[in-house]
Design a protein around this ligand. Structure first.
Ligand SMILES: *Cc1c(COP(=O)(O)O)cnc(C)c1O
Length: 381
């Protein structure tokens, strides 16, 4: 028995593997304290000083996430964007960074802004063509390659191992936003990435009731401490209650993601032959250009994100979305409830997204209801 080591899947179901020595409670308590006492020699009694630097409930969630990612450490942030801001803060004037041409819109807006204000060189690459990454990096000058898998909203797949080779040859770190391919299915650090990032708001929490971000890595890496310091100085650390809620969500991340993937695979294949749909973008479909790579790299399901191109144009797509009854018309993704969104409306006029594209985030409802809902909405356009 002494050698028995449960898998990450079992460990996350019993997060913290906790039994309260005083009461026998099996769920970890929530520690709200902002400040932590010293002993008679003025030494801190425990490992904590002040909540902006970190606190017990946050640290417990971080330890679970690090384990899930195969990382040595994780840092939790008040939002995904706050984590991205902290990573970008490690860049100095004159440095160079590379990002995908199509990626999460909010993060891209931040990267453009900081590059312009701080005189950081910024080039783009295509996720589905890593020759373009090899051309975009500058040896000895590029500090950071930011990449995303799977890419919102085309659901292209990043070849993480190849991207890591290219980044490392140039002397850069590879950070992968794996929000839509959570550690249930993809482990970027195992494939050579230096940092994995998630908006914890999405699949990791999975209940659309907290905002958070996490970065995980293997120490030492060139920017880890610097990024942690930025979090402390900015106070962008996640709050204890959010960390506790996140652990609650994480307990079911495997079953949620697997159920969602099963539903989504079925829905995508039914929709693909619908006469009012021009195209379905879903990496689980053999017709998706990145399906081969997805099948190799997404070990436990293709997830719940897909885009459908409605026949006609923007008007038809928007009319379709407005007639959906089970899908909720809202942004965000990765929750237990299915959501739909006309992506171009959200991204604004600068958007590179096709005008007839509707993004769907599949939840855990009855997949037959979701298919019937899409059918009836398509009939009404
Ligand atoms: C939502 C999202 C983010 C930003 O995270 P927030 O929690 O909204 O700050 C970053 N990347 C991807 C892929 C996302 O979906």
């Amino acid at each position: 028995m002494s050698n028995f080591k449960p898998s990450p899947r079992s460990r996350i179901a019993q997060i913290g593997h906790f039994i309260d020595p005083e009461h026998g409670a099996i769920i970890p308590p929530l520690q709200f304290a902002t400040t932590f006492a010293r002993d008679e020699n003025h030494e801190l009694i425990g490992n904590y000083l002040y909540s902006r630097y970190g606190s017990p409930t946050v640290a417990q969630a971080e330890a679970s996430l690090a384990e899930l990612e195969g990382a040595t450490a994780a840092q939790l942030y008040a939002s995904g964007l706050a984590g991205i801001v902290a990573i970008c803060e490690s860049l100095r004037s004159g440095d160079h960074m590379v990002m995908p041409r199509i990626m999460y819109h909010g993060a891209q807006a931040w990267m453009k802004r900081i590059a312009e204000r701080r005189n950081i060189g910024l080039d783009v690459f295509e996720t589905d063509d890593l020759e373009s990454l090899a051309k975009a990096v500058r040896k000895g000058k590029t500090r950071l390659v930011w990449a995303e898998t799977i890419v919102n909203p085309t659901w292209d797949v990043l070849d993480i191992a190849r991207a890591a080779e290219i980044a490392h040859e140039a002397g850069a770190l590879l950070a992968v936003d794996s929000t839509c391919a959570p550690p249930v299915t993809t482990k970027p650090l195992d494939l050579g990435a230096d940092i994995v990032f998630h908006s914890a708001t999405k699949y990791l929490n999975g209940h659309s009731d907290l905002t958070g971000g996490v970065i995980a890595g293997r120490e030492p890496n060139a920017i880890w401490e610097d990024v942690a310091q930025t979090r402390t100085l900015l106070g962008s650390v996640m709050a204890p209650f959010e960390a506790w809620l996140l652990m609650r969500g994480l307990r079911t991340v495997f079953v949620r993601f697997e159920a969602i993937s099963r539903s989504a695979e079925r829905i995508a294949s039914v929709l693909e032959s619908h006469p009012k749909i021009e195209r379905v973008l879903y990496p689980g479909l053999a017709s998706h250009p990145a399906h081969g790579l997805a099948a190799e790299q997404m070990r436990n399901g293709f997830g719940g994100m897909m885009s459908i191109l409605v026949k006609g144009g923007e008007a038809e797509a928007r009319r379709f979305a407005s007639h959906l009854q089970v899908f909720l018309p809202a942004t965000s993704l990765g929750g237990v409830e299915s959501l739909c969104e006309h992506r171009r409306t959200v991204e604004g006029p600068s958007s590179a997204v096709a005008p007839n594209l509707i993004r769907l985030s599949i939840g855990i409802e009855d997949p037959d209801d979701l298919i019937r809902d899409i059918d009836q909405a398509l009939e009404q356009i």
